[in-house]
Design a protein around this ligand. Structure first.
Ligand SMILES: Nc1nc2c(c(=O)[nH]1)N[C@H]1C(S)=C(S)[C@@H](COP(=O)(O)O)O[C@H]1N2
Ligand SMILES: [Mo]
Length: 541
């Protein structure tokens, strides 16, 4: 029933508020339909080309390093979910606005939806891993769906001024029945498209999943030295010496974890000073002499005291042997290339000094992590690991191409974004226990943590309570210079607030500087400290 309330001079339709709500809902539904259609198309074309992933990837690419760093700090490994949620919120807001616009200007709203789709298409085409115009398809399909639906629904919502006498639609009313039917059909179709898209996406990755399940890592001819028992401390709260795969930190720009089929994967090695370019299959790698090494990997975005460091047992092919086979010489022996650029299937590029990977250290093209084929999150089927260098200049996941070039000629992804071209890991130490703001009782409290200076080695760790003197911590035995070292310190805790601070000295004799710097451009420096409140021990709240 349509009622009118009269205010002198104006006529307000009582139903106009609810029509506006319905217009908002139409906009939202059009947005949902756009995403559903686009994701379905993306599942068919390329999952990374879907609008949310493409725009998200574009945001990741253009975000200035400090902001990206802040996001990683705020949201940790869920930074990508937060980003995608943010995009969905923005899309919803725009969809609502277009829905309201459609109430008065149907065509303008439909055109608006199309223009909006152009943004997604442009983002998809602009991504570093975009190889073809097909990447524009998902956003285009989504925009067309949204545009048509918006136009249709707005038509149903439009107030009919001239109505045939036998029409079910009241004059001055709107087509409720038609609207409801269209909305239900569109919602059902969108839900169907979403389900179908998911189905397609999982079918797409099934080859990769099967190829990973089929991997049998051959026993390595050069197994890692077993970890000496003295290298592992058992202090509650101390992170384990070997980080289990499921707990290993993950840092990358991939909004969709690449699912690479190992049976069709190839690695190309080429470029300056490469006398015999190589193309290798996964099988080729497994047939070579494999080594196994324990190496601690650190992210340059790790804050002082942060969690982006892990220690794993890596199995793989020595990178230097491949380079030698290809005829590559390091700069110190007259080679023309000083930078090795690794490229992943998702278009990431990382640059590593050729000198470093050929100086005898265990730079590895890894196929295994802690005795298992690499997890997809950590680069299946193959990634690089180089002791002593931050991940962003060495640890390319989902690698498919190695090009020998120079630092002068090429800036890889992170270097274009203000990170340093060369980045050896800085000597660092961390207190794992007690946690900040812990409330231990008085008496002996075990303080413990880790210290790392990959490829140089840790020589000592010291602890300071408040402004007291530095006292040596008990260092666990060294496994290799490429792994972190655990340490512990029995502290005689007295009631009150105390600040515990740690610092390490590496084998070059250098003690960690107190000077705090941020992570950009080449890693954080400074001492880690935690504030704890020791209880009276008599009385607890
Ligand atoms: N393809 C690809 N490889 C990548 C990255 C990435 O974004 N894409 N990030 C690098 C960075 S910054 C780090 S610290 C390590 C992290 O490896 P992890 O996720 O296995 O811990 O991977 C490196 N390799
Ligand atoms: Mo990193």
């Amino acid at each position: 029933m349509r009622r009118e309330c009269r205010i002198p001079g104006v006529t307000i339709e009582n139903s106009s508020v609810s029509r506006r709500l319905l217009a908002c809902a139409s906009g939202l539904l059009a947005g949902f339909a756009a995403l559903a259609a686009a994701e379905l198309a993306a599942a068919a074309v390329r999952p990374e080309a879907g609008p949310v992933k493409a725009v998200g990837g574009w945001v990741v690419d253009v975000t200035p390093a400090p902001v990206k760093d802040w996001a990683i700090r705020q949201f940790g490994t869920s930074d990508k979910s937060v980003l995608q949620l943010g995009i969905v919120v923005v899309v919803s807001a725009i969809a609502v606005a277009l829905g309201l616009l459609a109430l008065r200007h149907r065509r303008a709203a439909a055109v608006g939806a199309l223009l909006f789709g152009v943004t997604g298409a442009a983002a998809a085409l602009g991504r570093p891993d975009s190889a073809s115009w097909a990447d524009a398809v998902p956003s285009t399909v989504g925009a067309l769906a949204a545009s048509a639906l918006l136009y249709l629904l707005a038509g149903r919502l439009a107030v009919n001024r001239d109505i045939a006498p036998d029409s079910p639609v009241e004059a001055g009313g709107w087509d409720r029945r038609g609207f409801l039917i269209s909305v239900s059909a569109a919602a059902a179709a969108s839900a169907g498209a979403t389900a179908w898209g998911r189905e397609l996406a999982s079918a797409r990755s099934s080859g990769a999943l099967a190829s990973r399940a089929a991997v049998r890592l051959p026993a390595s001819g050069a197994p890692a030295r077993s970890v000496p028992s003295g290298a592992v401390l058992r202090v509650p709260g101390l992170k384990p010496f070997i980080t289990p795969n499921r707990d290993f930190y993950r840092v990358d720009t991939a909004l969709v974890v690449p699912k690479v089929d190992a049976t069709t994967w190839r690695l190309r090695l080429h470029g300056k000073g490469v006398r015999r370019p190589l193309t290798l299959s996964f099988e080729d790698l497994l047939e070579r002499e494999l080594i196994e090494r324990d190496i601690t990997l650190t992210c340059v975005s790790n804050e002082v005291g942060g969690p982006y460091v892990g220690n794993a047992r890596w199995t793989g092919v020595p990178l230097a042997s491949l380079l030698q086979e290809a005829g590559v010489k390091p700069p110190s022996r007259g080679g023309p290339a000083d930078q090795l650029v690794s490229r992943s299937v998702d278009g990431m590029t990382l640059g590593t000094p050729v000198e470093d990977v050929m100086d005898g250290r265990d730079a590895i093209l890894a196929v295994g992590m802690n005795g298992r084929p690499l997890p997809f999150d950590h680069g299946f089927p193959v990634r690089m690991v180089v002791p002593g260098l931050y991940g962003y200049v060495s640890a390319c996941k989902w690698i498919e191409d190695i090009e020998l070039t120079t630092f002068a000629d090429y800036d890889p992804y992170w270097v274009k974004r203000n990170w340093a071209p060369r980045a050896p890991v800085k000597t660092q130490s961390r207190i794992d226990t007690p946690k900040a703001f812990a409330r231990p009782g008085p008496g002996t409290v075990m303080v413990a943590g880790v210290a790392w200076a990959q490829h140089r080695g840790i020589d000592s760790v010291e602890i300071r309570v408040d402004d007291g003197p530095w006292e040596p911590a008990d260092l666990a035995a060294e496994h290799t210079t490429d792994t972190w070292r655990q340490w512990s310190f029995p502290w005689n805790a007295t009631p009150g607030s105390h600040t515990l601070t740690v610092r390490a000295t590496d084998r070059t004799g250098e003690t960690q500087t107190e000077k705090r710097t941020g992570t950009v451009p080449d890693g954080a420096s400074g001492w880690h400290s935690v504030l704890v409140n020791v209880d009276q021990g008599v009385w607890r709240k």
